[in-house]
Write a protein that binds this ligand. Structure first.
Ligand code: PBE
Length: 303
């Protein structure tokens, strides 16, 4: 009699589990349509990067603007930690929503990922990476200004350096120096009409991401070949903009515009010289693995 009772309880529990899993063979959380409720599975959390990053600020805005993201939060830590969580999720085919961008090696390493559509355009469309100079650089160090103004390359160049560094474990800066050696024709265009100098000092402000380690590393090498003495300093995005505006630094290659660094740009735009894009076709947004059966930020569910 006792045994039978227990069996009844067990069957009851089983039935509840089977109902919960209905229409969802993985047994994961399901919404009222019987589809996997990824939002609940990821605990309404976007896996993000460093707190000071433009993409982190933009993601806070997305959480404010999208009904589907009400009650969500973005977990801010570091790019390295986000990549570790992404790897773990993909290995187990678990859902994850990350803050993603190009240029980066994440899409070379994990090709089966997609940007979620962003109908409200919070993350913008195509981003450019702009070069900014301090006011007065053109007059005081014209050869530096000219070279920085002539520097431009593309997403594939930058990603090549980033991916090789990731694969080989070599520092991005070291791979950048090699890239300069291997791409003489490209470099020749940037230094066209630039006279050699004798130890003119240049302070390049940068940010702590491999994309900017690559561009700053390439420019530093090219400038040093022309006789400049270049220091690259990695700063928080906000400080990077301020350092150009106050004249503490001469220039940066790392302004992601018009969206990613919008607030920082607008706060400083009267005190900086915008030399325009050194790279076009960059992008930021929310990224998920292909095996997640959603296409848009609006396919997520509020808490
Ligand atoms: N990023 C890469 C940075 C700039 C470089 C997109 C992560 C950001 O500020 O969001």
């Amino acid at each position: 009699m006792k045994k039978v009772k227990h069996l009844g309880v067990i069957f009851g529990i089983l039935a509840i589990f089977m109902l919960a899993a209905c229409g969802n063979s993985d047994g994961n959380a399901a919404d009222s349509n019987g589809e996997a409720d990824y939002s609940e599975e990821v605990d309404y959390t976007i896996t993000g990067i460093e707190p000071g990053a433009g993409i982190s600020v933009t993601t806070e805005k997305a959480i404010e603007e999208y009904d589907s993201l009400q009650g969500w939060n973005v977990e801010l830590s570091s790019t390295g930690a986000m990549m570790t969580e992404l790897r773990g999720a993909i290995e187990n085919e678990e859902p994850i929503v990350i803050t993603g961008w190009n240029p980066h090696w994440m899409f070379a390493e994990y090709p089966d990922m997609k940007y979620l559509e962003d109908p409200q355009g919070i993350y913008g469309g195509e981003e450019t990476l702009n070069s900014l100079a301090r006011i007065g650089l053109e007059e005081e160090k014209p050869e530096a200004y000219k070279l920085i103004d002539q520097f431009e390359w593309n997403v594939e160049d930058m990603e090549e350096i980033m991916y090789e560094s990731e694969q080989t474990g070599k520092a991005v800066e070291e791979v950048a120096v090699q890239w300069v050696e291997d791409n003489e024709d490209r470099v020749a265009e940037w230094v066209e009409g630039v006279e050699d100098v004798d130890g003119v000092e240049i302070e390049l402000a940068s940010t702590p991401w491999d994309s900017e380690r690559a561009s700053s590393g390439v420019l530093k090498e090219v400038m040093e070949q022309k006789g400049f003495s270049v220091t690259v300093t990695e700063l928080d995005v906000a400080i990077m903009f301020e350092s150009i505006a106050t004249g503490d630094a001469d220039a940066t290659l790392g302004a992601w515009l018009p969206i990613t660094h919008k607030d920082f740009y607008e706060a400083n735009q009267d005190n900086i010289v915008d030399l325009g894009p050194n790279l076009t076709g960059a992008k930021i947004g929310l990224v998920v693995p292909e095996y997640m059966d959603i296409d848009s930020i609006e396919d997520l569910n509020s808490k």
